[in-house]
Write a protein that binds this ligand. Structure first.
Ligand code: PMP
Length: 461
């Protein structure tokens, strides 16, 4: 009791007016105050150092303090502070062309400030596109359970994780969800490939059952990240592309997390063959988190329907700060560095040579599956490998806290059973050094040895 009162008086002495994202409002918990960053590391007020093993919220891809990016930002602010994108400015023009080139198609880019807005923009474009091309009844948007597409009401309606939604329901009408490719806990029988193809078949069945004349778009991440790092076989992505083509359903690829090298390709969909989404949404790694920026890249075929003169078919959508000159200048410099330093190839190689060592963790009884593509890793934690019961909440918290005490920040999500986040998330900056990656793997292994040493099927070096 005395101890309790002492803690209270410390927190009451310095009341904070900051409303933390996602945080349970426990006055006893003092949030870490970060003060300085360098590369993948940052220090807190007390001088403790941490490796950021989740790149902030999977966005700090080039790490802290890149002088070139900071200078590009300052130079642009000094030259032209702001004009809205109802007109043009050079950084937006250049960035739109660069993104279209990187996507390997002919795309027109609409800029906003975040991943949520990029997806909202995509939904509005898909609906309006169908309205003005003779399919006014196509309005439904399909996404997958376990997906996360943003916090605004439309993007949240596409987000299909009960624990993030229930307090804000009812959702926006017209959003439907299908079962994801999730072989580890699949409702379908067979191998991973077979189970994933059945999940793709469900997309087609749903479109037909709903009436293809009513379905506007299908939104997917190539690899569900916020719902527990679910990595499908590439045939799943290819099959979905084919289904969308056949039913005139706009394929929206959410590359907010997977874009700009995170998975060892410039964009996640590029792991698959013959996939060229109608719309690609981006944020996070677009600026490596240096400034807020979202982008919605739209294939020329769709954009053309917004162009004809004399008809009321322009896009009635504007964002005051979307495509801010400084944010576009930062994005251009960010992409220049990614290309110049071969970051994408580096992620591909280091993922194999260093992060792959995390696969060994499946030797613990509590690690059901390790899913990894590039620098995007999910450890599905279970009480028991046979029953696959998700690991208890307090044990998940224990893993994160123990890592933090050893100087490593990692995350968790999943919503495996609604509200139960039993997947450990690891997504270090793409420029992490070999030593950083070794520290990360060793620290997680150390913590697992410490917490679950007796629950091990084989010894881990
Ligand atoms: N899409 C995906 C796949 C995301 O992971 C996120 C954010 N984590 C968003 C969209 C929304 O991005 P923002 O937080 O920038 O609105």
């Amino acid at each position: 009791m005395k101890e309790e009162m002492e803690i209270r008086s410390v927190t009451e002495e310095k009341p904070s007016h900051l409303w933390h994202a996602m945080h349970r409002h426990d006055p006893q918990v003092k949030q870490l105050v970060a003060v300085k960053g360098e590369g993948g590391w940052f220090t807190d007020e007390a001088g403790n150092c941490y490796l950021d093993g989740v790149s902030g919220l999977w966005c700090l891809n080039l790490g802290h303090g890149r002088q070139e990016i900071i200078e590009a930002c300052a130079a642009q602010m000094g030259k032209l502070t702001y004009v809205p994108l109802t007109m043009s400015h050079q950084p937006a023009l250049q960035l739109a062309t660069k993104l279209s080139d990187l996507l390997g198609g002919n795309y027109q880019c609409f800029f906003s400030n975040s991943g949520s807005e990029a997806n909202e923009t995509a939904f509005k474009i898909a609906r309006q596109y169908h309205k003005q091309t003779g399919n006014p009844e196509k309005y439904k948007i399909i996404s997958r359970y376990r997906s996360y597409h943003g916090n605004t009401l439309g993007a949240l309606s596409a987000t299909a994780q009960a624990n993030r939604r229930v307090k804000y329901d009812p959702a926006v009408p017209g959003f439907l969800h299908v079962y994801p490719p999730y072989a580890y806990r699949s409702i379908f029988n067979g191998t991973k490939e077979e189970s994933d193809l059945k999940a793709a078949q469900l997309v087609e069945d749903t479109i037909r059952w709903e009436g293809e004349e009513t379905v506007a778009a299908f939104i997917m991440e190539p690899f569900i990240s916020g719902g527990g790092v679910l990595i499908p076989s590439m045939e799943y992505i290819e099959r979905v592309q084919d289904i969308c083509n056949r039913y005139n359903v706009v394929l929206i690829m959410d590359e907010v997390v997977s874009g700009f090298g995170r998975t060892g390709e410039m964009f996640g969909f590029m792991h698959a063959n013959a996939v060229q989404p109608d719309i690609v949404t981006m944020a996070k790694g677009l600026t490596s988190g240096y400034l807020p920026l979202g982008a919605t890249a739209v294939k020329d075929k769709i954009y053309q329907s917004f162009k004809s003169v004399g008809k009321d078919n322009h896009f009635r959508h504007v964002s005051t700060y979307g495509g801010h000159p400084a944010a576009c200048a930062v994005a251009l410099k960010n992409i220049e560095i990614i290309e110049r330093e071969n970051v994408v190839q580096r992620v591909h190689d280091l993922a194999k040579s260093h992060l792959n060592a995390l696969q060994r963790l499946t030797k613990y009884d509590h690690v059901g599956e390790v899913r990894q593509i590039g620098f995007l890793v999910g450890l599905e934690m279970v009480e028991d490998k046979a029953t696959k019961e998700p690991l208890a909440d307090e044990k998940m918290v224990g893993i994160l806290q123990n890592c933090k005490q050893r100087g490593l920040i990692i995350g968790r999500n999943g919503d495996t059973v609604p509200g139960q986040n039993n997947v450990i998330i690891i997504a270090p900056p793409l420029t992490s050094t070999e030593e950083d990656l070794m520290f990360l793997v060793e620290t997680v292994t150390d913590v697992f040895n410490h917490l679950f040493g007796s629950n091990i099927s084989e010894s881990i070096p």
